[in-house]
Design a protein. Structure first.
Length: 253
């Protein structure tokens, strides 16, 4: 039985993608988001499928919407649709990954030593982290992956960047927090820690602050997305998050 929070969460994710985009194009079953200013960012240039779709038509739909780009991304928010589309898209050369929708239950932690910051406060360590993830990427790609974060301010009514600093004042761990108090939904996104500061509780401080702020804003549904095949899902599980559903991502190029 699907959890009742899932439909509002899917609606939140869909609305966020539309609001963040520089341009949207309505498509059968969903829409495309485009942003020429961040042409290297898959998240800013992708097809989003919200509901039922004919699997065999999706490769052509993506080619038409994203044909000016060297890559393709299709995000399918509905689990049943995503599973139904997997075979056709894999056959068309796409890779398939599953993202868990993980909701937080229980009381929010007390306020922590983390704080709300602007993008400049995390720009240097974020750039360094992306260079570690993508050692062969050129400067333009890395710059797009860092600067695109500012466009997320358009995605929700309230968007915060939260960071925990070292004693020397450097941002050691950081994340986004998206709040929609009207619907009572909050998303925590892109929690990262600088490689030189791993294992020192900085991510815990950021997560605690995000949960506290979401609760204080009246958001009873607090969620994040985690790769179904990667270790952070277990880290989040130990901190009060549990999987309530899943979405699907298909990529090529």
């Amino acid at each position: 039985m699907p959890r009742p929070e899932l439909q509002p969460i899917k609606a939140f994710l869909s609305a966020f993608a539309r609001r963040q985009a520089a341009q949207t194009i309505d498509l059968p079953g969903g829409f495309a988001v485009l942003d020429d200013a961040f042409a290297h960012s898959h998240a800013n240039n992708q097809v989003v499928i919200e509901g039922p779709a004919a699997p065999e038509t999706l490769p052509g739909i993506a080619d038409e919407a994203l044909g000016h780009l060297p890559f393709r991304r299709i995000s399918v928010l509905d689990d049943e649709t995503g599973r139904a589309c997997a075979e056709a898209l894999i056959r068309a050369g796409y890779t398939h990954s599953v993202q868990l929708v993980m909701a937080h239950t229980g009381p929010a932690p007390d306020r922590s030593r983390a704080e709300v910051v602007d993008l400049d406060a995390i720009r240097v360590p974020l750039t360094r982290r992306w260079r570690g993830f993508l050692p062969d990427a050129d400067d333009t790609v890395v710059r797009h992956l860092v600067d695109r974060r500012e466009t997320r301010r358009r995605g929700a009514d309230t968007v915060h960047f939260i960071a925990a600093r070292t004693e020397e004042g450097e941002a050691a761990s950081w994340a986004d927090l998206y709040l929609d108090p009207v619907t009572g939904i909050a998303q925590i996104e892109d929690l990262m820690t600088s490689e030189t500061h791993l294992g020192r509780g900085h991510a815990d401080a950021v997560l605690a602050m995000a949960l506290r702020m979401a609760t204080d804003a009246g958001c009873g549904t607090r969620f994040l997305l985690a790769d179904a095949d990667d270790w952070p899902r277990h880290w989040y599980g130990r901190r009060g998050f549990s999987a309530i559903g899943q979405s699907h991502r298909f990529e090529r190029g």
